[in-house]
Each structure stands twice: as structure tokens, then as C-alpha cells.
Ligand binder design. Structure first.
Ligand code: DO4
Ligand code: MG
Length: 285
């Protein structure tokens, strides 16, 4: 079962329940005008199953203005959760190699703040590459949708846009490499009702197109993440409160060749088999 957010002007943004490849159920017609009460409520799957049987208006998915499926949650990200990511970071930086090696093995994961919800880029809108960086890449990541009680209630796709030369120069520059205008995209759907073991069977693929030609294609499996989802969410909520819940990107396992850097007008497409496709053009910021 999948949830989305969309807008049909002049109406405000609203949640929808994706019935199939072509149809979204208008949940606002059932008095549900935000995702948060659904994500906080008991037995989300049963609630959505019940809603799907109600006689609510159907909205065609084709051409619908999908928004990022996030409302007031902070966005955080985990790093170096895949062996591939650890190797890539160690290669990009003599300065920080030891830190990446250690955090991959350590009990405590790397977690960093990524974006305010209002800054998250929706499907179809441009993601940014910094004009002061030489080496910019997308990072396709499974994102955990977590409610205020630290329960993982769904999964979406997050793009953790990163400037690898800035990150590689000095670990202390990580926030500048990771947190800037248009550096986080999310969507298109939140898949609910999948167990962690089901999600671990999903494939994550990344394609970068330049002037219509594929310049990079790569794939991994969610199962390659070293840490459990509960472990990552548990560390995020340690000595911290998220009254609106949080979205946690779980790290990347797809790393383009070191010779590749994104350019303005490239198109980044990331697919997670249990969720859908998040596609964004690239703009310099
Ligand atoms: O420590 C650098 C960031 C790592 C990251 O974003 C990832 O592994 O996905
Ligand atoms: Mg990342």
C-alpha cells in the first residue's frame, strides 16, 4: 500500500492513497488533510485498507502534481552503512579515511542532519549541485519514515545530493557537502506495510542521463545495508525528540565512477523496487 501527497490548486496540499498505477484516492474527502495523523495512528495498514473500500473520489495519477511525501518532519541521514560507501569515502580522502573505516565498524552509526521539510525537493523539480564544488553526485537511499514514537511506519526514496570534493577535503566540511539549497529530494510515494525483511529484498538503482544518453547506471540491494533499521532509528531517537516524526535516509550503496560529476541539466533517476521512481533534473545552485 502506498501513500502520496499532491496538490490540485486552488486546494491546499493533501494526502492520497495510491490504489494502482493509474489511480489515487482523495483522502481529503474523508476528512484526512494531512499524513501525520495517519502515520501516528494505530494500525496504519488496517486504516488504509478500510479507507480503500470507501467511496471516495478517484484522482488520475498521470499528470498529478506530486509533492514530496513529508510535512513537518526533520530529515536526517545515515552514512557509511554500505561497504561500497566506506570504500568510496576512504578512496576520496587520505585525511578522513581512518574515520570512515572506524565508523563502519563502530557500534554508533554516523547520523547527520540533512534537511528541513520545507526544503525537500519533490519529484520532477531540480536538485542542486553547488557552484563552488568540482565533484557532485546523487546518492539514492532508502528512507525510513518514522513516527514520533520511533516506529518505522513506511519507506520512501531519498536523494542525498553530495559534493565529494568538499567532503573529501576535510570531514568538518560535511555539512557544507551535504546541506545546501536543493540538496535533498524525496518521493514519490511512502510504501507502508512492508516488513524490514521484505524491504531488504528491494533493489535500488540509479541512472544518470545527459542529453538523453545514459552516463551512469548502477544498482545495489537494500539487503547490503550493514545495520538494522531499528538500530539506525534507535540511535536517531537517543536523547532526542521528534514531535512530528522524522525521515531517515539509510545511506548509499551506489557510487558512480570517480570520473563522473553531475552537470546542470542532467537527469537523475532512482528506483527502489518496492516504492517507485524518483526523478529530478539537475541545476547549479
Ligand atoms: O560520511 C559521509 C557521508 C556518507 C553518506 O552519505 C552515505 O554513505 O550515504
Ligand atoms: Mg548518503
Amino acid at each position: 500500500m502506498k501513500l502520496c501527497r499532491f496538490q490540485l490548486p486552488p486546494r491546499p496540499p493533501q494526502p492520497g492513497l495510491v490504489l494502482d498505477d493509474a489511480t489515487v484516492l482523495d483522502l481529503a474527502a474523508a476528512g484526512i488533510d494531512r499524513l501525520q495523523p495517519l502515520l501516528e495512528g494505530d494500525d496504519l495498514v488496517a486504516r488504509l485498507a478500510d479507507l480503500s473500500k470507501q467511496n471516495l473520489p478517484h484522482v488520475p495519477l498521470a499528470g498529478l502534481n506530486l509533492l514530496a511525501p513529508i510535512e513537518q518532519q526533520e530529515v536526517w541521514a545515515a552514512g557509511v552503512t554500505y561497504l561500497r560507501s566506506k570504500k568510496a569515502r576512504m578512496e576520496e580522502s587520505d585525511f578522513s579515511a581512518n574515520a570512515y573505516d572506524r565508523v563502519y565498524e563502530a557500534e554508533r552509526p554516523e547520523l547527520f542532519f540533512k534537511a528541513l521539510p520545507e526544503k525537500v525537493v519533490p519529484p520532477g523539480e531540480p536538485v542542486g549541485i553547488r557552484r563552488d564544488a568540482r565533484w557532485n553526485v546523487p546518492e539514492p537511499e532508502l528512507a525510513l519514515v518514522i513516527n514520533s514514537h520511533c516506529q518505522i511506519v513506511g519507506y520512501t526514496i531519498g536523494n542525498d545530493m553530495s559534493s565529494r570534493d568538499i567532503e573529501g577535503e576535510n570531514l568538518l566540511y560535511l555539512p557544507q557537502a551535504k546541506v545546501y539549497h536543493r540538496s535533498c529530494a524525496m518521493g514519490p510515494f511512502i510504501t507502508v506495510g512492508a516488513t524490514e525483511s521484505e524491504a531488504r529484498s528491494w533493489k535500488i538503482s540509479l541512472t544518470i542521463r545527459r542529453a538523453g544518453e545514459i552516463v551512469f547506471a548502477g544498482e545495489t540491494s537494500v539487503g547490503q545495508i550493514k545495520r538494522s533499521f531499528a538500530e539506525l532509528a534507535g540511535f536517531l531517537f537517543r536523547s532526542q525528540v521528534f514531535p512530528h516524526g522524522a525521515v531517515l535516509l539509510t545511506g548509499t550503496g551506489v557510487v558512480p565512477a570517480d570520473t563522473l560529476t553531475l552537470a546542470a541539466e542532467d537527469v537523475v533517476s532512482m528506483r527502489i523496487s518496492g516504492i517507485g521512481v524518483l526523478e529530478n533534473p539537475v541545476v547549479q545552485v
